[in-house]
Design a protein around this ligand. Structure first.
Ligand code: HEC
Ligand code: HEC
Length: 190
C-alpha cells in the first residue's frame, strides 16, 4: 500500500516535470501563449525570447492598468512580483522560433526607410534588438503582424502608454506608414 502510494507520488512528480511550463507556474499563460510562447490563433503576441525585463514591465503595466486588455488585466490581477518574474524567465528563455509570415516586399522597403529614420534609434538592428537607457523594450522583428498592427493602432489612439520620444516618432507617420512598418518587421523574420 505504502509502496504504491509513494510510487504514484513519484510518477505524479515526473508527469509534472514532463510538461513544459507547468512546473514553473505558467500553465494558465500557456492556454493562450502556448508552450513555445507563440500565439494560439487569437492575435496574441509572440512572447518567446522577448527580453526578460520587458516581459516583467509588460506584466507590471497590465496589472497597474497602464495597458488594458481583458485577458491580461484578468490574469495579472493577483500575480505577485515572484509570479511575474517566474513567468518572464520562462518565456524569455524559450527559443525564438517565430513562424514565417507573408509580407509585401515593396511595403517592407518603404517600412525600412521609415524605420531607419524614426525607430532604429531605440529598436536597434532593424527591430531585432532594443537599446534605450534605463527602459526595457521589445523585439519587433518577426512579431505577429496582427499584433503589431493592433499595438501601433493603440499607441496612436493613446490607448497604450509609451515613452514620449516614441510618441514624437509616431506623430511623424502618415496614413499607410504604420502598415509599411509592420511589413518591414515581418520581413526581418523569425
Ligand atoms: C485568455 C488569453 C491569455 C492568457 C491566459 C494570458 N495572456 Fe498574455 N496576452 C494575451 C493577449 C490577447 C495579449 C495582447 C494584449 C494587448 O493587446 O495588449 C497578451 C499580451 C501579453 C504580453 C505582452 C507582450 C508584448 O509584446 O508586449 C505578455 C508579456 C503576456 N501576455 C504574458 C502573459 C503571461 C505571463 C500570462 C500568464 C500569467 C498570460 N500572458 C496569460 C492573452 C492571454
Ligand atoms: C525613444 C525610443 C523609441 C523610439 C524612437 C521608438 N520606440 Fe517603439 N518602443 C519603445 C519602448 C520603450 C517600448 C515599450 C513600451 C512599453 O513598455 O509599453 C516600445 C514599444 C513598441 C511597440 C510594442 C511592441 C510590443 O511587443 O508590444 C511597437 C510596435 C513599437 N514600439 C514600434 C515603434 C515604431 C514603429 C517606431 C518608429 C516609428 C518606434 N517604436 C520608435 C521605444 C521607442
Amino acid at each position: 500500500m505504502l509502496f504504491s502510494f509513494v510510487f504514484s507520488l513519484m510518477t505524479f512528480g515526473t508527469s509534472i516535470a514532463a510538461q513544459p511550463g507547468e512546473a514553473s507556474g505558467v500553465r494558465r499563460c500557456i492556454k493562450c501563449h502556448s508552450e513555445d510562447g507563440l500565439e494560439t490563433g487569437d492575435g496574441e503576441p509572440f512572447i518567446a525570447a522577448q527580453p526578460y525585463a520587458y516581459l516583467v514591465a509588460a506584466l507590471d503595466d497590465y496589472q497597474a492598468g497602464l495597458r488594458v486588455d481583458k485577458s491580461m488585466s484578468k490574469h495579472t490581477k493577483t500575480m505577485t512580483r515572484e509570479d511575474k518574474e517566474t513567468a518572464a524567465r520562462y518565456f524569455a528563455g524559450l527559443p525564438k522560433n517565430y513562424p514565417r509570415q507573408p509580407f509585401d516586399a515593396q511595403l517592407a522597403a518603404k517600412g525600412a526607410t521609415l524605420h531607419a529614420r524614426l525607430c532604429e534609434k531605440c529598436h536597434v538592428d532593424g527591430g531585432r534588438g532594443f537599446n534605450m537607457q534605463d527602459t526595457p523594450g521589445p523585439i519587433l522583428a518577426g512579431q505577429s503582424a496582427r499584433y503589431l498592427q493592433a499595438q501601433l493602432g493603440q499607441f496612436m489612439a493613446l490607448d497604450r502608454d509609451m515613452p514620449s520620444n516614441m510618441g514624437v516618432a509616431l506623430l511623424e507617420l502618415l496614413p499607410g506608414d504604420a502598415i509599411a512598418l509592420v511589413h518591414y518587421y515581418v520581413s526581418r523574420g523569425q
